[in-house]
Design a protein around this ligand. Structure first.
Ligand SMILES: [Mn+2]
Length: 432
């Protein structure tokens, strides 16, 4: 039995806009958060100890992280090397250069020959000697179409046809690799893939057009005892036999992950039997407050109440509210800043609602059929500013409508009416 710590999608160096400068260290606090989360994973691996650590890919936001961020990442994985715990670093889409092969940001570990560190930048099987015996780890990094197909092979093909060819190629390549496995050893597939049955978040948009979706059924073969995935930031178990798991990212990369629990997997794997537990990490909370104050007599009070009721302590807070331009002088921004002071960082995004597109009066809403006169009455009843004109407008409308309905109208003939576009119900009043 081999114990494995499986983590993924570290994305160290991203989300700096949600942090602030720590004056004591000179570092962005979000970098410190990400390092703290990673260090908790490494602490656990060393304390148990784990026999093997598998990283599922996406170390950084891109293939060329600044030295400071590289160093923070390396400083943590170095601890595993020092402790003699073998580690596999898989290459994700964010670790690759847009062009070319190989894991640009991770291949330095192979170049340096860091003891016990294996870089998974191709489909390959590694037999790893651990403190509790050998284990096979097949690495499947993020594949781009150019990894598997040449340009002439793709020319003139639809996206769907290219996808199908890629899957066919991958199937053949996997089959070849699987046939070389030792059937007696515990076997893990470590893959950075988008699977067809996963529940996606932001990573879908971050990788759009650059990769392809792999059918889960292609991977879940009985030769594997555990399938350790990376790429999707939301933790999920895709299959129980063999156990197939996205641990998710170890920190919230952005607000799309606001409600997701973050953590890593602790797995015990032996040939034919695997158990794994999701281990949550105490990551910094994100709070998204979204309000509509357009109907509020006291918009400021409403905002302050919402802030007071939300758990914003040490959180990354985003306050978004819909407001009419006419209400803006009722909003005192400095008081909002004060109310949000307990947050780690906050952003305030007022969304100005154009009065023209303000929600219609309920009785004038879609699905209600009113005569134009009744509709005008309802409209005028809600427009105090037009009170002086209301009577004249009603009279004028009645004259106009009487002419139209008379058919033989002097003012509007039915012919003239037909050349006008049929007004939408919501536009009728403006046309009037
Ligand atoms: Mn990814």
């Amino acid at each position: 039995m081999v114990s494995i710590l499986h983590l993924s999608d570290i994305h160290m160096g991203s989300g700096f806009c949600h942090g602030r400068l720590n004056p004591e260290t000179g570092l962005n606090t979000r970098l410190e958060d990400f390092v703290a989360s990673l260090s908790r994973c490494i602490d656990r691996a060393i304390a148990e100890p784990a026999d093997l650590v598998l990283f599922g890919g996406d170390a950084f936001p891109d293939a060329t992280p600044p030295p400071l961020v590289q160093q923070a990442f390396a400083g943590q994985f170095r601890r595993l090397a020092d402790a003699g715990i073998p580690t596999v670093l898989l290459v994700g889409n964010h670790d690759q250069h847009a062009q070319g092969q190989g894991g640009a940001s991770l291949s330095i570990y192979r170049t340096l020959g860091v003891p016990g560190v294996i870089v998974g930048d191709r489909l390959e099987t590694h037999v790893i000697a651990t403190a509790r015996g050998n284990v096979q780890v097949m690495t499947l990094p993020w594949l781009t179409p150019s990894t598997l197909l040449t340009r002439p092979e793709m020319e003139g093909l639809s996206m769907a046809a290219v996808n199908q060819r890629l899957i066919d190629r991958l199937r053949v390549a996997l089959e070849g690799e699987v046939r070389q496995l030792d059937p007696d050893l515990p076997t893990v597939l470590l893959a950075h893939v988008m699977t067809d049955t996963a529940n996606f978040g932001a990573e879908r948009f971050l990788a759009v057009g650059k990769g392809f979706t792999v059918p889960l059924a292609l991977l879940t073969r009985p030769c594997f005892d555990y399938i350790a995935l990376g790429h999707v930031h939301r933790h999920q178990i895709l299959c129980h036999q063999p156990l197939t798991v996205y641990p998710g990212s170890i920190e919230r990369v952005d607000f799309s992950e606001v409600d997701e629990e973050k953590g890593y997997m602790w797995a015990t794997v032996e040939r034919g039997h695997t158990e794994a537990t999701f281990c949550p990490l105490p990551v910094r909370p994100f709070q998204s407050l979204s309000l509509d104050v357009t109907a509020e007599a006291d918009p400021q009070g409403r905002l302050l109440r919402a802030i007071a009721q939300a758990p914003i302590q040490d959180a990354v807070v985003r306050l978004t509210y819909r407001v009419y331009p006419g209400q803006l002088d009722q909003i005192e921004t400095t008081a909002l800043f004060d109310a949000l002071a307990a947050a780690h960082t906050y952003t305030i995004q007022p969304q100005l609602v154009s009065p023209v597109s303000r929600p219609r009066l309920p009785e004038l809403g879609q699905g209600n059929t009113l005569s134009p006169i009744t509709a005008l009455q309802a409209y005028l009843a809600n427009r105090e500013d037009l009170a002086d004109l209301a009577e004249d407008m009603m009279a004028a409308a009645q004259v106009l409508l009487a002419d139209v309905s008379a058919g033989e109208g002097d003012v509007f003939s039915t012919e003239t009416m037909e050349t006008l576009p049929e007004p939408e119900p919501s536009q009728q009043l403006r046309l009037l």
